[in-house]
Design a protein around this ligand. Sequence first.
Ligand code: HEC
Ligand code: HEC
Ligand code: HEC
Ligand code: HEC
Length: 187
Amino acid sequence: MSDPMPRQGARSVALAVFAGAAAIAVAAPPPPPPPTPRPSASPSRAEERLEVPPPPFSEGIFPCTGCHADLPVNRTRRTLTEMHDDIDLRHDEQHRWCLDCHDATDRDWLHLASGDRVPFEESYRLCGQCHGDKYRDWRAGIHGRRVGEWNGPRMYLLCVHCHNPHSPAFKALKPEPRPQRPSEIRR
Ligand code: HEC
Ligand code: HEC
Ligand code: HEC
Ligand code: HEC
């Protein structure tokens, strides 16, 4: 455990000042405690790993190396027929191919344009390369969603919890017909 004394001291002083300011302070709620540094927090924000739920893989697909460790890498842009034929790439597909995002030699990783590998738990870093504005909004909690308890770990939903990375645009919703009045419902 790291030394809690300095903080404890500061808090007693804060309480004493607070109590001195008004007699009702005893009944009033104590001031909010200063933020406690989380033991897992890394020193640099750039390296900070966010709490996220597990990536939304289909059953049995991960680890990818379960198959790919024994498969030759095929860099040719082509229609896949033996496997992954359910993947319909519609994401800037004139300019992209699978291996722009997936690491060719270790399929259990994604990679950035710089070549840096990124684990699937941090796929937002890949998305953030091209969608910087959405990434910043997401970090700030404006875009997307964060789940969790008010004082427990806060989890960010990954971009891919909402967007299919292979075909990310939402289809326009068909408007529902207006609700019927009970008198209109014939039996
Ligand atoms: C824009 C980047 C990008 C491109 C291009 C891309 N992928 Fe992906 N792919 C991802 C990300 C990110 C995930 C992780 C989703 C998750 O966390 O569950 C993923 C997931 C997958 C999965 C796991 C799917 C599942 O059902 O769980 C497979 C298989 C895959 N990709 C294969 C491919 C193939 C094959 C191509 C080319 C036809 C391709 N990807 C193109 C980013 C990409
Ligand atoms: C059950 C075995 C299996 C698993 C698991 C699997 N793959 Fe594949 N993958 C294949 C086969 C087979 C091909 C070749 C398909 C073809 O050429 O038609 C392939 C092709 C690909 C390709 C196209 C490029 C290339 O080297 O041929 C990508 C990208 C890819 N897989 C990504 C992934 C990712 C990412 C995962 C894990 C999320 C994954 N695969 C899991 C069997 C698998
Ligand atoms: C290399 C750059 C690049 C990367 C990496 C990338 N995207 Fe995209 N994305 C684009 C471009 C360009 C478009 C617009 C063209 C299109 O929709 O095909 C686009 C379109 C989109 C759209 C649809 C926007 C609309 O107009 O409806 C969404 C959502 C999206 N991307 C999410 C993601 C997510 C999530 C990831 C990470 C898994 C990601 N992107 C990674 C370049 C990228
Ligand atoms: C909780 C679900 C959710 C998460 C998480 C999420 N998005 Fe979205 N995103 C949406 C919805 C819904 C829309 C469509 C409504 C809108 O345009 O705001 C959207 C729209 C977009 C668009 C198209 C916006 C436009 O201007 O046309 C992009 C690009 C995008 N998201 C990227 C991302 C990226 C990158 C991340 C992660 C850093 C992310 N999203 C996380 C739900 C989500």
